[in-house]
Design a binder for this molecule. Structure first.
Ligand code: AMP
Length: 466
């Protein structure tokens, strides 16, 4: 039997193919049948254009339902989907195209799909083995060259089935989708859960308060990055009534502040379910659907996932059905990031508590070494975030003539620098407390809500220089 992911997804589409798949902001709908036939036409066009199984098809475009038609068409054709962040510049795109060497690069999916109208469709998906490559996802690459994580049909299928079960999806669900689709969160996690349920998707081109507030009225599940939740909480119109219809709010891609979790519960009576994942493995752990969702913990490993921490450094290592096989054309990097017994070294630092819950305390690469002492930024951030006046902090290491690196905190909110440093010193060893505290209106974030510490390190590189 073929392990083509398309076949699994299509086997769960509603028997009545006129049922809606995408519900668009203008009220128009695209049915499951329309999605399926568009994918089959795209696949036929790709094959006619010379795309063979294993060939890459790259896409860089704004979010639209046609991106998904192309994605499914690429799967059907047995090719490899390479989505690129719409924000990448020309020179960044040149790097990705040079690395992935796609047969075809699509920049206007609506036109690409339109041109297939009236043409033949591929009768069935080209058979694939579970280990065959389905997608190359380039990591956000905050240090060094961005790497292409190779995800197979089996990786994606196993993760999709596990999430569908863990989060209790049924055909009665309606998914609110406001995430970008060049990243695993919007493309695989959210989309696959809905498609496996044959459920409708409220499809928003991006997050806007007005669209999301309206969409919540008609949805049952929302998936978002933490910024979605802080933005909702900043809007006085968001209250228990606005959230009434939703059975499950899910957060991931960046840490959800315990204060956001608490404020959300206070405002709506609902506890956000936080999960943890990455391009290299899609979702790894999740808080439970039934049972306690604990602020600050990312929950338990999904069934089949083995998770351990390397004793000394506390770096999380994982092995399991959704873990990628290799970085595209980077055998040395791949070898360096897997252990001898086949665990992927995630680079996230964390611990597993006696109940089996996983707690993440930061990224190994963000580790600050100040005067020879190791400082984990997360530990400092947790202290600062509790101080009155500070909304959120990002702790970074900056070049320092004496200490090598010195700890600096870039914060939102307000406060007096000397008082904050003094308050931090009461709770932290002197070498961990920030030597400078700088307030900014907003922390720079990427599209997935992650604070871009590399930008902060660049901006403030000279802070401690004489
Ligand atoms: P990406 O490959 O762009 O999805 O980034 C993956 C990284 O995001 C992980 O290695 C973590 O550092 C971070 N991440 C994802 N989800 C969470 C979470 N719930 N809490 C903390 N960090 C997270």
């Amino acid at each position: 039997m073929s392990a083509n992911l398309f076949d699994l997804l299509a086997s769960r589409f509603p028997a009545d193919r006129s049922a809606p798949c995408f519900i668009l902001p203008d009220g128009n709908q695209i049915s499951y049948g329309a999605l399926e036939s568009a994918a089959a036409r795209v696949a036929a066009r790709l094959v006619a254009d010379g795309v063979r199984p294993g060939d890459r098809v790259a896409l860089q475009a704004e979010k639209s339902p046609e991106v998904i038609m192309v994605y499914l068409g690429v799967l059907m054709a047995g090719a490899v989907f390479v989505p690129l962040n719409a924000a990448y510049t020309r020179s960044e795109v040149d790097y990705f195209l040079g690395d992935a060497e796609p047969k075809i690069f699509i920049t206007d999916p609506p036109a690409f799909v339109r041109e297939t109208e009236g043409h033949d469709m591929l009768a069935r998906a080209i058979p694939r083995e579970a280990g065959d490559l389905a997608s190359l996802i380039y990591t956000s690459g905050t240090t060094g060259r961005s790497k292409g994580a190779m995800l197979s049909h089996g990786n994606l299928a196993e993760n999709a089935l596990a999430l569908h079960a863990a989060w209790g999806f049924t055909p009665r669900d309606v998914l609110l989708h406001a995430l970008p689709v060049f990243h695993v969160h919007g493309l695989f996690v959210a989309l696959h859960c809905a498609l496996l349920s044959g459920a409708p998707i409220i499809w928003l081109p991006k997050f806007t308060d007005a669209d999301v507030l309206a969409g919540l009225q008609r949805s049952t599940v929302m998936m978002g990055v933490p910024t979605f939740y802080t933005r909702l909480l900043a809007n006085p119109a968001f209250n228990a009534d606005a959230a009434r219809n939703i059975r499950l709010f899910i957060s991931g891609s960046a840490p959800l502040l315990p204060s956001t979790f608490a404020e959300f519960e206070q405002r709506t009576g609902q506890r956000i379910l936080e999960r943890y994942g990455m391009s290299e493995a899609v979702i790894i752990t999740t808080n439970p659907l039934e049972g306690d969702r604990i602020a600050g913990s990312v929950g338990f490993p999904l069934p089949g996932v083995e998770l351990r921490t390397d004793g000394e450094a506390g770096v999380i290592q994982i092995r399991g059905p959704s873990v990628f096989s290799a970085y595209w054309r980077m055998p040395e990097k791949t070898a360096a990031e897997f252990t001898i017994d086949g665990f992927f070294i995630t680079g996230d630092v964390g611990r597993v508590d006696p109940d089996g819950r996983v707690w993440i305390s930061g990224r190994a690469k963000d580790l600050i070494i100040s005067g020879g002492y190791n400082v984990y930024p997360k530990e400092v951030e947790l202290v600062l975030d509790e101080l009155p006046g500070i909304t959120e902090s990002a702790v970074i290491g900056l070049p320092h003539p004496d200490f090598g690196e010195a700890v600096a905190a870039i914060c939102t909110g307000q406060g007096e620098e000397a008082a904050i440093i003094a308050a931090a010193r009461l709770q932290l060893a002197a070498y961990k407390a920030p030597k400078r505290v700088i307030f900014v209106p907003d922390l720079p974030r990427n599209a997935m809500g992650k604070v871009q510490k590399n930008l902060l390190r660049e901006t403030y590189a000279g802070l401690f220089q004489p």
